[in-house]
Design a protein around this ligand. Structure first.
Ligand code: NAI
Ligand code: MG
Length: 373
């Protein structure tokens, strides 16, 4: 049996509630692990000017992986206003600690399984089993953004698109640009992970969700690479292609027709929220941010400030994140035992948090799951 070191990062708000509940379940599984607390979130932005302090990164580097709750983040003006007074004039800029973690540890896969556990009153339809592979480091979230528009960039854009009126007429102060960066390497590795997963878990196809007919270069690049990988490396698994807008309709109409889906960062963000809602919403949506050497597992919900500290929200999303973590650690037996226990509690229908129409606490949900392990 391996001994693990797991960075334990509750974050803000209900991050603490769901992580406390998850600890009950992990303790029952008797995973041989140390959980090392690490600071992340709004609190540390306000008090230290950094929501992801260097000491946290150091802890993570010394761990096998991390389990993360949720953080609060606020727009620019609030971020500046809530910064401790002695830090205010230093020109500090808030940067999303989650995005930073993904870039720092090159966590290029965002894995989001969305399964309808039988008996969940929130299932849109029984039998749904979707798995989203979202590229996690590029695209519109790479942080390559400009406002006001710099002069040299403006000149280049004007030369490129003489028909675009804004570059001629609007002041640079009135134009903002975010770059959609898609690379061949980034495209190939996410598509390959999706196919490997489909192969390992017996899914009949992989659906690429993009928009190459309009966004011809970026969506075009990942589409061309996906076709090559499908043909060269996975000839027995068909590659289906769907436009992202149409996919939103197909998933509502025929959710049982789909399984593994792969896409770029922002489309994946949207697609996975829709997929999650089909199987119960934020109380059930977990994700893994996975690289070649490190991974961070989390529920996809945020810090839900209005419920913070009430021990009320559904911790199942975080249990499922812990299940993904166990899978990634190759603790298959424990991962299966945990999923089986979660499914058992959902099917029995006696213990339900408020989102499921019940009134049980996060702790009671944890105890019900722990009892079945
Ligand atoms: P949120 O996900 O925190 O909550 C929205 C609503 O969803 C809640 O008010 C609650 O009704 C429901 N909800 C969320 N988690 C639930 C759970 N486990 N069980 C039952 N119901 C649940 O999103 P919101 O309100 O837009 O953002 C709050 C803060 O969280 C913001 O500061 C935002 O920036 C941050 N955020 C952080 C994320 C992260 O840490 N990964 C992701 C999304 C938002
Ligand atoms: Mg999201």
């Amino acid at each position: 049996m391996t001994h693990y070191r797991i960075a334990w990062m509750p974050g803000d708000g209900i991050g603490h509630d769901v992580m406390n509940a998850t600890r009950i379940v992990l303790d029952k599984l008797a995973l041989d692990a140390e959980y090392i607390p690490a600071d992340i979130g709004w609190e540390f932005w306000c008090s230290e000017g950094d929501p992801l302090p260097q000491r946290t990164i150091d802890i993570m580097k010394d761990c096998d992986c991390a389990l993360f709750g949720a953080i609060t983040s606020k727009p620019k003006q609030e971020a500046d206003a809530e910064l401790s007074p002695d830090l205010q004039s230093r020109g500090l800029v808030y940067r999303s600690p989650i995005v930073r973690l993904r870039q720092l540890f090159d966590l290029y896969v965002n894995l989001r399984p969305c399964k309808a556990y039988p008996g969940n009153p929130l299932n849109y339809r029984e039998g749904i089993d979707l798995v989203v592979f979202r590229e996690n480091t590029e695209d519109l979230y790479s942080g390559v953004e400009f406002h006001p528009l710099p002069l040299d960039l403006r000149a280049a854009l004007e030369a490129h698109s003489p028909g675009m009126k804004a570059f001629k007429e609007d002041s640079s102060e009135d134009i903002a640009i975010s770059c959609r960066v898609v690379t061949r390497r980034g495209s190939r590795r996410i598509v390959r992970k999706a196919f490997e997963y489909a192969q390992q878990h017996g899914y009949k196809a992989v659906t690429l969700v993009e928009k190459p007919n309009v966004i011809r270069e970026t969506s075009g690049l990942i589409t061309r690479e996906a076709r090559k990988i499908a043909a060269d490396e996975f000839p027995t698994i068909p590659l289906w292609e769907a436009n992202v807008d149409a996919m939103m309709m197909w998933l509502i109409k025929n959710p049982l027709d789909y399984g593994v889906m792969v896409t770029t960062n922002m489309f994946g963000d949207i697609l996975s929220d829709l997929a999650a809602q089909l199987v119960g919403g934020l109380g059930f949506a977990s994700s893994g941010n996975i690289g070649d050497d490190f991974a961070v597992f989390e529920p996809t919900h945020g810090s839900a400030p209005k419920y913070a500290g009430q021990n009320k929200v559904n911790p199942i999303a975080t249990f499922l994140a812990a299940k993904l973590m166990l899978d990634w650690l190759s603790e298959k037996e424990k991962a299966d035992a945990l999923e089986h226990a979660i499914a058992g509690v959902i099917a029995e229908g006696k213990t339900r948090t408020y989102d499921m129409g019940g009134s049980h606490t996060s702790t009671q949900m944890a105890e019900a799951v722990a009892d079945r392990i």
